[in-house]
Design a protein around this ligand. Sequence first.
Ligand code: ADP
Ligand code: MG
Length: 237
Amino acid sequence: MTYKENEKKALIEVAHIRKEYPLGDETVVALKDISLKINKGEICCIFGTSGSGKSTLLNQLAGMEKPTKGMVKIGGVPISLLTEDQLAKFRQQHLGFVFQTYNLLPNLTATENVALPLLFKGVPKEKREKIARKMLCRVGLSHRLDHFPKQMSGGQQQRAGIARAFITQPAVVFADEPTGNLDSKTTVEVMEMICSFAKDFNQTIILVTHDPEMASYADRVVKLIDGEIISDTIVSH
Ligand code: ADP
Ligand code: MG
């Protein structure tokens, strides 16, 4: 099925997801019958305490894992049914990721790290590095273009991580505890940066956090307890 960016229906549709993990002789039920619709351009926070199932839900939404039961569609494409190859391609074309631990490649400079998603899209070196430098300037790193990750602070590495996530203008950006390792001032900067990119290009953000401060940046907060949605609230700004 082809991807439809401007479908009238929700951009992300989750129907009756259940996720079980085998653990020794037992089974951990991490998600129980989750159904959810997320619109294009929405900043949606998945909120809950540690162990409530937030990362598990994000992993099913982004196609990183297959649900035990149920279906996930993005842009009308049933990603829970795609093969690994189809999924990898789908992620490159439509999805971006921001990680708690930044996940920059240690042997590449900031510019090379940010340019990486464009390499996978076949953009020539000179062009992709030019776009990467522009992205890095936008996140306030014009003075760190040729630095390696270990030569940058956590906040700087995360800004580079954000530039990398948004460089292909993906329809959806997933962020799992993106400020989990940052101080409160840097947290504000990083969240404002993510929201500003998202609003410019009407992108959808799935933000996973346990921090109520972070949830205040979202348009909507979906709260999980023990693998179940216990509330789904629109945030008034
Ligand atoms: P959160 O991100 O909200 O902290 P998780 O989604 O990581 O929570 O985990 C939800 C539940 O599923 C927890 O009880 C966790 O121990 C369990 N879990 C997560 N991943 C696995 C796994 N790979 N194997 C077994 N249990 C898991
Ligand atoms: Mg988690």
